[in-house]
Design a protein around this ligand. Structure first.
Ligand SMILES: [Zn+2]
Length: 125
C-alpha cells in the first residue's frame, strides 16, 4: 500500500514539475504551492501509517490480556497494572511485595492481600 502511495506521489510530483517548466510566472507560484501541499500530504500519510501501526499493536496486546478478580492485567504469565493498562494502554509490570500483594511502580495502585497465598496467573494469561 505504501509503495503505491509513493508511486502516486512521484507521479504527481513529476507532473507538477513538467507543468512548472511550461507555466507563466503566476502559474509557477501556484504549482509550487501545489508541490508543497503534496509534500505535506506525504508526511501526513506517513504519520497516519505510524498511528495505525501503534493502534494495531495495542489491539493485539489487548487480545493477550487476561484480568483476574483483583483487577491485575496478566500478559504472558506476568502481572501488570490493570489501571495503567485500562486507562492509558501502558503495560506496567507490577512489583511483587508479599503474600498475594503487588504494587504498581507508576501509579501506586495495590492489588491483592498480604495475608493470602500468592495466586498463579489465570489460565489464559
Ligand atoms: Zn499503575
Amino acid at each position: 500500500m505504501f509503495s503505491k502511495i509513493n508511486d502516486a506521489y512521484e507521479s504527481v510530483k513529476n507532473g507538477l514539475e513538467a507543468q512548472i517548466a511550461l507555466a507563466t510566472a503566476e502559474d509557477k507560484e501556484k504549482l509550487a504551492d501545489s508541490k508543497l501541499a503534496l509534500a505535506d500530504l506525504k508526511i501526513y500519510i506517513a504519520d497516519l501509517k505510524e498511528e495505525n501501526q501503534n493502534l494495531t499493536d495495542m489491539l493485539k496486546l489487548r487480545d493477550q490480556v487476561v484480568y483476574d478478580d483483583e483487577g491485575r492485567a496478566w500478559v504472558g504469565g506476568d502481572p501488570h497494572c490493570g489501571g495503567c493498562f485500562g486507562s492509558k494502554g501502558h503495560k506496567i509490570r507490577l512489583k511483587y511485595h508479599t503474600g498475594d500483594y503487588y504494587i504498581c511502580p507508576v501509579c501506586g495502585s495495590s492489588y491483592g492481600n498480604v495475608n493470602n497465598g500468592r495466586k498463579p496467573a489465570p489460565q489464559d494469561a
